[in-house]
Design a protein around this ligand. Sequence first.
Ligand SMILES: Cc1cc2nc3c(=O)[nH]c(=O)nc-3n(C[C@H](O)[C@H](O)[C@H](O)COP(=O)(O)OP(=O)(O)OC[C@H]3O[C@@H](n4cnc5c(N)ncnc54)[C@H](O)[C@@H]3O)c2cc1C
Length: 179
Amino acid sequence: MSELPADLVSYSRPVRCIHWSNSESGVNAVTVECEDGERISADHVIVTVSLGYLKKHHSTLFSPALPDQKLQSIQKIGFGTCDKILVEFESPWWDADCEIIYLVWDDEEDISDHVSDISKNWIRKISSFTVVTPSERGNHVLCGWISGHEAEHMETLPEEEVRRCITELIHTFTGDPSI
Ligand SMILES: Cc1cc2nc3c(=O)[nH]c(=O)nc-3n(C[C@H](O)[C@H](O)[C@H](O)COP(=O)(O)OP(=O)(O)OC[C@H]3O[C@@H](n4cnc5c(N)ncnc54)[C@H](O)[C@@H]3O)c2cc1C
């Protein structure tokens, strides 16, 4: 950012409406209307607001409305919960060059068929642990990834219960009860 001219980026400048046209004419084909009333002309505009914002505000953010095909895509694409669980260990039990640990179950139980048992099976949805680069304190931290309804369930549990389940999980996968 320090290499960019000082006045190139505008901050705290919500956009109210993007006036665009389907024509191929090019020059100044788009006008960006800000909440404060300022209007900025441009040849092209790249919009990078989040999907949630688009779902809620596409009808007022664009004039004219976006083409049907784009609106259908915005409606069809979804998103869900993804949580990170940070666990700290007194000493690392993984190899020094390890970056990620994947957990693969070899029994035939399919967690997606056991939604009603989510309270028992949520831990199986932890797909991997990424190794967090040690800080100056030299702590040993793994980041566990969990998504979907299991993540939502995990969020309702007391931290102590999450800790107990993760410890048990690691004991199961490493076969080392001393971790
Ligand atoms: C809790 C959490 C943890 C995450 N962890 C990771 C991670 O560890 N690693 C990883 O790779 N990714 C992670 N992500 C995902 C990552 O943050 C996003 O993928 C990334 O920030 C998306 O960038 P973006 O520029 O597309 O959108 P955003 O960062 O969402 O930027 C959209 C911008 O549009 C602006 N905006 C919206 N409406 C208007 C308007 N009308 N006018 C002007 N501006 C507007 C918003 O203010 C915002 O600044 C995480 C996300 C979350 C929520």
